[in-house]
Write a protein that binds this ligand. Sequence first.
Ligand code: NAD
Ligand code: GDD
Length: 327
Amino acid sequence: MKKALVCGAGGFIGGHLVNRLKSEGYWVRGVDVKSNEYGNDNADEFVIGDLRDPIVANEVVTSDLDEIYQLAADMGGAGFVFTGTNDAAIMHNSVLCNLNVLDAAKNKGVKKIFYSSSACIYPEYNQMDANNPTCSEASAYPAAPDSEYGWEKLFSERLFLTYQKNHGIDVRVARFHNIFGPQGTWEGGREKAPAAVCRKVAMAENGESIEIWGDGKQTRSFLIVDECVEGIRRLMESDFSGPVNIGSEEMISLNDFAKMVIKISGKDLTINNIPGPLGVRGRNSDNQLIQEKLGWAPSTPLAEGVKKTYQWITNQVKSKVEEPVEA
Ligand code: NAD
Ligand code: GDD
């Protein structure tokens, strides 16, 4: 039986990845500073621990592990990463997790490690045209990410690849493009646009409007989490190190995305575009390399993932409203 460690198992993608590994027959240890608030926690062993502490990293990284998946990071959507107010924490916290996990893996002789990078590493100058962004892997340099979160991810990609070069660890690096789905953060300030829009629509009454940051013409592509996990596993099983995009090529403007959610809800709502943190003007995954190297690329239509996610967030909103008030 293969043994894996999932760092960030209390989080969104980590929780789904644990389930996938369990379904493949792995023994899984999860580690996170928090448990999974939506109960998506099926690891054989779950350690609550702070990976900024090298002692914790050395405890959870054991020599009997076959694989490590490093997803622990201080992360969030535009309201968290593009305001500037969390930049020091993002850089400090995420880089410490990466350094500690990777060094422990080297010291314990673990052979294979996955690192979750981001589309945020791509240069801003290639993402100024909402309808024609460039995010091919080779376009990452000359580097000019628009956020410190992106710079940290780019540094950490390089960090992981140095351990492959100098210490012989088998490294896999993926650049995720806006992953969404059930059990993802949907409130509190770290939620990304798909969950935020679903929440706003779920909470609105007929005849009301929902607020969308910016003019709504900015574009993104959103990938359902099951496809992300499929991509992680395929990359891990392949002999390609990456970095490689794991994302959807179904680009959509934010206003059109909001219209899609409104249509799925069956409600009669309008859109109110307001100022907010924006990020790049346009972004879309480029799946040529993943198709070439893995013979596979995500294919689930956006609307399919949005239907599932809207349903889950509607249920979250309902259960929150129905929560008994403490005396
Ligand atoms: P998430 O916030 O749900 O999960 C990250 C987890 O890391 C959280 O549960 C958090 O508690 C944990 N963590 C943070 N600091 C820690 C620490 N010091 N010690 C232990 N655990 C710690 O986010 P996610 O969406 O599941 O993202 C997973 C990874 O994928 C992250 O590295 C993120 O940057 C990357 N990524 C995600 C997306 C996306 O759209 N979701 C896009 C690009 C990259
Ligand atoms: N979060 C959020 N909430 N975004 C909104 C909202 C809202 O209510 N309304 C409109 N938007 C707009 C944002 O202004 C931004 O232009 C766009 O929707 C996408 O926002 P996010 O989904 O929050 O972030 P992102 O796509 O810019 O970046 C995310 O994906 C990256 C990978 O592709 C972040 O989660 C990054 O951390 C991640 O690496």
